[in-house]
Design a protein around this ligand. Structure first.
Ligand code: FES
Length: 251
């Protein structure tokens, strides 16, 4: 696979508009010094994927949803983590957004699917129910469980944070969100995503390496060919990209 390698120097965001305007006028894109060749192994080798899951996606704060998608008490949505676990992102009655493991504490069935607004997550298997903070609040046949403390049977909660207008999973041992973002924190904050309205959440499952999807959004080289007859193609300019690196991030 061949890919144009772009410049990696970080420049102030205030320069962005004049930089891009100049590119549009000149009808050219930013270029790196040379073309980069990427081995197919990066996309197909299970060992590479496992290393990425462990050291990249599993070791750093990870965006799970825009805050706007779970606005309001009782709003929730489910997501699948890179390690395969299903979680509920739940906006609790107390206003706190939590990330709860979507696994009933009795026999492990899921207690929520999709998204919506609720006061209770009720397991379809034996009817145990949990409030929006994950506490066990309903147990049919309670006398049979008299010797167990309901306080010990809350849905497991994963460390998380809500900042920059997003809900983040923050793995133990990882830096906080702001430290993780480094130089990207300031430009990200300037967009004020917390004030945005969200479209209905959408989850798409594709049989593709995760990097393929990200990289598709890094280039507009394909626009005139793939999107030429669509709204996207008609409202955009193909093959003009400006790139900045912000420590481990890019924009
Ligand atoms: S597995 Fe949830 S109530 Fe039985």
């Amino acid at each position: 696979m061949l890919m144009s390698m772009l410049t990696t120097s970080s420049k102030p965001v205030s320069e962005l508009f004049p930089r891009v305007s100049a590119l549009v006028r000149a009808r050219r894109t930013e270029f790196a010094e040379s073309t980069m060749k990427i081995p197919m192994r990066n996309y197909r080798d299970p060992e590479v994927l496992q290393a990425e899951l462990q050291h990249v996606l599993g070791a750093s704060p990870l965006v799970l949803a825009p805050s706007a998608a779970i606005r309001g008490e009782g709003a929730y949505l489910t997501r699948q983590l890179p390690d395969g676990r299903s979680v509920i992102i739940s906006h609790g009655k107390d206003g706190t957004v939590r990330v709860l493991v979507n696994t009933c504490r009795y026999r492990g069935a899921r207690v929520a699917e999709g998204s919506g607004c609720t006061r209770r997550f009720t397991c379809a298997y034996h009817g145990w129910s949990y409030d929006t903070a994950g506490a066990l609040v309903g147990q049919p046949g309670r006398p049979g469980f008299d010797d167990v403390q309901t306080a010990d049977l809350s849905l497991a909660e994963l460390p998380s944070a809500e900042s920059f207008g997003f809900v983040w999973l923050v793995p133990a041992g990882s830096p906080g969100v702001t430290a993780h973002l480094g130089g990207f924190a300031e430009p990200l904050a300037s967009y004020d995503y917390a004030s945005f309205q969200a479209n209905p959440p959408m989850e798409v499952e594709l049989a593709a390496n995760w990097k393929c999807l990200l990289e598709a959004f890094f280039e507009t080289y394909h626009f005139p060919f793939v999107h030429g007859n669509s709204m996207v193609g008609q409202g955009s300019i193909g093959n003009i990209v400006s790139f900045d690196a912000f420590s481990a991030h890019s924009g």
